[in-house]
Design a protein around this ligand. Structure first.
Ligand code: S5P
Length: 287
C-alpha cells in the first residue's frame, strides 16, 4: 500500500481541517450531514452490525447508537427481514442520531444496480443514507445508482481499496477508481471512498488548484484494538493507525464491538473505539 504512515505527509491537505471546516467542500447532502453529525457527537465511529436476526441487530443498535455516527448493515444476511425492520432502524437513527450505511457493494451494470438499489425485498434506497459500489463495471454503475439515490439525497462511496489479504484493489485499480469518483464529484452523489488511506491524495490531480478545491471522505474498515486479523484474511489496524497515521476519517468496527458477550461490554467497547477514533482525529487536526 502506497500510503504514508506519517501524518506530516498530509500537511496542507484537508486531513488537517476539522470536519466542520470541510463541509463547504462537499457537493453531497449526506456527506455534509455526516460531517456535522460527527462534530456534534464527537464520534467518527461507524459500527458494522453483521448479525443475522432482526431483533439482534436492533439490540446492538440500541446499545451502540449513542456512541457512533453511523450504523453499517449487510441487510441481505438478515434471515427475518421485513420493511418493519428498516422502519425501526430509521426510527432509531433519528432518536439516537446516527446515519445508516448499507454496505451493499454493488458491482453490476447501471440498469441492474438501479433495480437492486430501488426495488426487490430490501428497497435499500428508501432507508439507507449511504451505500457503496465496486468501480469494476465502469461509470455506468455510478450513473445507475445516482438516478435512484440522488433525488433522495443519498450518498455513494466507491471501494478504492480493501482491508483483506491478497485483494486486487491496489495500484492502477485504485488510481482509476479515484479518477472515476473525480469525474462524478460535481454531480453531488459520490462523496468518498472505502479505503485504507487518503487515496485521492496518493493519486492527486496534477493541477494544484483542482486538488485544493476537492475533498473526499475516507471510511476505513479493518479496525481492531485487540487482534490483528481473522482466519479468513481480514487485517486490522488500530484507530490511531487508521485515522492519525493514514488520514482516514471514519473507522468501521464490527466484531470488535458487536462480538462482545454482555450488554455492558458492547456499550463499553463502542465507547472505547469512539474515544480512540476521536482522539486520533483531534491529534491529526492539531498536528
Ligand atoms: O475492505 C473492506 C471493505 C468493507 S466494507 N473490508 C471490510 O471488512 N469491509 C466490511 O467491514 C466487512 O464486510 C464487514 O462488514 C466490516 C468489517 O467487520 P469486522 O468484524 O472485521 O470489523
Amino acid at each position: 500500500m502506497a500510503h504514508s504512515t506519517n501524518s506530516s505527509a498530509h500537511s496542507r491537505t484537508k486531513a488537517h481541517l476539522s470536519f466542520t471546516a470541510r463541509i463547504p467542500y462537499q457537493n453531497n447532502v449526506a456527506a455534509k450531514r455526516l460531517l456535522e453529525l460527527m462534530e456534534r457527537k464527537q464520534s467518527n465511529l461507524c459500527v458494522s452490525v453483521d448479525v443475522t436476526k432482526g431483533r439482534d441487530m436492533l439490540e446492538v443498535v440500541r446499545r451502540v447508537g449513542k456512541s457512533c455516527c453511523m450504523i453499517k448493515t449487510h441487510i441481505d444476511i438478515i434471515e427475518d427481514f421485513t420493511m418493519d425492520l428498516a422502519d425501526e432502524l430509521v426510527k432509531l437513527s433519528k432518536e439516537l442520531d446516527f446515519m445508516i450505511f448499507e454496505d451493499r457493494k454493488f458491482a453490476d451494470i447501471g440498469n441492474t444496480v438501479q433495480l437492486q438499489y430501488s426495488s426487490g425485498v430490501h428497497k435499500i434506497a428508501s432507508w439507507s443514507d449511504i451505500t457503496n459500489a465496486h468501480p469494476i463495471p465502469g461509470d455506468g454503475i455510478v450513473t445507475g445508482l445516482a438516478a435512484v439515490g440522488k433525488p433522495l439525497d443519498r450518498g455513494l462511496l466507491l471501494l478504492a481499496e480493501m482491508s483483506s489479504k491478497g485483494n486486487l484493489a491496489t495500484g492502477e485499480y485504485t488510481r482509476t477508481t479515484v479518477e472515476m469518483a473525480r469525474r462524478h464529484r460535481s454531480e453531488g452523489f459520490v462523496f468518498g471512498f472505502i479505503a485504507q488511506g487518503r487515496v485521492h491524495e496518493t493519486y492527486a490531480p496534477s493541477d494544484p488548484a483542482a486538488a485544493n478545491a476537492e475533498d473526499f471522505l475516507i471510511l476505513s474498515p479493518g479496525v481492531g484494538l485487540d487482534v490483528k486479523g481473522d482466519k479468513m484474511g481480514q487485517q486490522y489496524r488500530t484507530p490511531h493507525e487508521v485515522v492519525f497515521d493514514s488520514g482516514c476519517d471514519v473507522i468501521i468496527v464490527g466484531r470488535g464491538i458487536y462480538g462482545k458477550n454482555t450488554e455492558q461490554e458492547v456499550r463499553d467497547e463502542a465507547e472505547r473505539y469512539r474515544e480512540g477514533g476521536w482522539k486520533a482525529y483531534q491529534a491529526r487536526i492539531q498536528g
